[in-house]
Design a protein around this ligand. Structure first.
Ligand code: GLC
Length: 555
């Protein structure tokens, strides 16, 4: 749908739902689609344009649902296809669109096609849909049915250990993630054909777009060469950013564009998850006719310093202009901003361990900085994604007992990396009760405890509690989203930097008549000249902006 000459997704606020942790309608302690549907009013009041739903498909849940065993069904734990259809239509009644997750790099080892591959012989068409290879090593390859005992190459799994697992008759298969997530071979024509059907299946059910998991990694160098030298995140390599991706994404764009929304072509989106540390890397993905959008992780990678934020924003804008690479400060894979900003540096795989070692130090500053970062995020040109619970200022839960942890990263690194469970803890909806209102049940029965334990003080972050406090983080987000919707300077467009980042002040103008000022330094700074203060992330008195505080100003 076009609105004032631009497509809806160019300046959309998209709310990321991790369905198992959002709301539980049947009281089993696991969030579900009816639970989400029952809370659409909350999301409409918050002011979001769309929901990105992380995987809700049948899955053994070895990786939180990113191990898909059926791409065109709903996991019975989360509901039925009728629940999904009801969700799409109820969301539409609230003017909220639904974006679903597409997981094309790998499936679950429980997927029927992988089971068929395991049951079939080496060299069979069933195995050719995946990467089955003999290992080198003793005896060089298969001999009398025995393959080499070493993996075919030195690729690591992103979750730790080798990217290869050996099957009983001796071959190895490739998995860039967990053993239970075998990689598809995209050069086999069955694979693109399968995913075209999956894409059409969900578009036919009325979804507004797709979030493409591991969009940088699904093609591999057919020779599967050993990695040599330092692992650059940005350059095309054996399994990153390969040129074969672009024709594939052009073909998906053509499918999306063949589903005009209200007669307007270009209205369905696909947003790629592309990890990098130099935004230039995004350029090929954003060529005309390619993926409509890619994530812009700059604000996750930047440390809490005005010069780092400034450089991060500039480098992303130079490549993407903002609307094609939505801004984010968090998601289900990284430590929550309210905790992450307690450290001064940007997110790395070590951040969660560092937070655990850090104890409670700087907790208040983290909370204040996350609120200030939200005002920066929502003032930037283009679209932004909010991960569930950010609007509540939820911290990372750092003390999940080892026995309750679920993330394969924790298991594959033998606890060296605590994993991502701490940002996936079920949301608190009310101040008291089992699960703090996360689970609802019929008369009299009491719900099961939530699938990941919540901290005892979770109630103070609850929606119920925050709605009654005009200074709460939830009310800050609600006000910011309301202002953003109404203010002519916000949404798509450009920004103009004001002044050097002296004393930690990050400051830009948007036309007409809007200034964002954020103090990322240690001492108060004078507020830039303005007519009116529209909104602040914390108390501001007199003419100065305290540390860890942001303001939206009218000039
Ligand atoms: C993406 C997802 C992450 C998942 C991984 C493997 O990075 O965001 O949660 O573990 O892909 O599917």
């Amino acid at each position: 749908m076009s609105d004032g000459g631009h497509v809806w997704w160019e300046d959309a606020i998209v709310y990321q739902v991790y369905p198992r942790s959002f709301a539980d309608a049947d009281g089993d302690g696991v969030g579900d689609l009816p639970g989400l549907r029952s809370r659409l009013g909350y999301l409409a009041d918050l002011g979001v344009d769309a929901i990105w739903l992380t995987p809700f498909y049948p899955s053994p849940l070895a990786d939180g649902g990113y191990d898909v065993s059926d791409y065109c069904a709903v996991d019975p734990l989360l509901g039925t296809m009728a629940d999904f259809d009801a969700l799409v239509s109820s969301a539409a009644a609230h003017q909220i669109r639904i974006i679903v997750d597409l997981v094309p790099n790998h499936c679950s080892s429980a997927h029927p096609l992988f089971r068929a591959a395991l049951a079939a012989a080496p060299g069979s068409p069933e195995r050719a849909r995946f990467f089955f290879r003999d290992g080198p090593g003793n005896g060089q390859g298969a001999r009398n049915g025995q393959s080499g005992a070493q993996p075919p190459n030195n690729w690591p799994s992103q979750f730790g250990g080798s990217a290869w697992t050996r099957v009983t008759e001796g071959q190895w298969y490739l998995h860039l993630f967990d053993t239970s997530q075998p990689d598809w071979d995209w050069r086999n024509p069955d694979v693109p054909a399968l995913f075209e059907d999956v894409i059409r299946f969900w578009l036919d059910r009325g979804v507004a777009g797709l979030r493409v998991d591991v969009a940088h990694g699904i093609f591999k160098d057919p020779l599967l060469p050993d990695l040599t030298g330092p692992r650059a995140l940005n350059a095309p390599s054996a399994y990153r950013h390969r040129p074969e991706l672009q024709p594939l994404y052009r073909s998906w764009r053509a499918i999306l564009d063949s589903y005009p929304d209200d007669g307007f072509p270009g209205s369905r989106t696909a947003i790629g998850e592309v990890w990098y540390d130099v935004p230039e890397t995004l350029r090929p993905y954003l060529e005309p006719g390619g993926l409509p959008q890619v994530f812009n992780f700059q604000l996750i990678l930047a440390g809490w310093r005005a010069d780092e934020f400034h450089a991060a924003i500039d480098s992303a804008l130079a490549v993407t202009g903002g609307s094609r690479a939505p801004w984010v400060i968090g998601n289900h894979d990284v430590a929550r901003p309210a905790s992450r900003y307690r450290l001064d540096e940007g997110f790395t795989p070590q951040t969660i361990s560092r937070l655990i070692a850090h104890g409670d130090r700087n907790a208040d500053a983290g909370a204040r900085r996350a609120r200030a970062a939200a005002l920066v995020l929502l003032a930037l040109p283009g679209s932004a994604y909010i991960y569930q619970g950010e609007e509540l200022g939820l911290p990372e839960v750092t003390d999940i007992p080892d026995g309750a942890r679920q993330d394969p990263r924790f298991f594959r690194t033998k606890g060296e990396y605590p994993g991502r469970d701490g940002c996936r803890v079920p949301l608190p909806w009310s101040g008291t009760g089992t699960g703090f209102g996360f689970s609802r049940t019929g008369q009299g029965s009491s719900p099961a405890g939530p699938w990941l334990p919540q901290p005892p003080d979770w109630g103070r972050y609850s929606v119920e509690f925050q709605l009654t406090d005009e200074h709460s983080t939830l009310n800050l987000y609600r006000s910011a989203l309301r202002l953003r919707r109404d203010h002519p300077a916000l949404g798509p467009g450009e920004l103009r930097w004001l002044g050097p980042d002296a004393g930690g002040l990050l400051c830009f103008a948007r036309e007409p008549g809007f200034i964002l000022a954020a103090n990322l330094g240690a001492a108060p700074v004078p507020l830039p000249a303005h007519r009116e203060v529209l909104l602040t992330s914390g108390p501001v008195t007199g003419g100065s902006l305290p540390p860890d505080t942001a303001a939206w100003l009218c000039t």
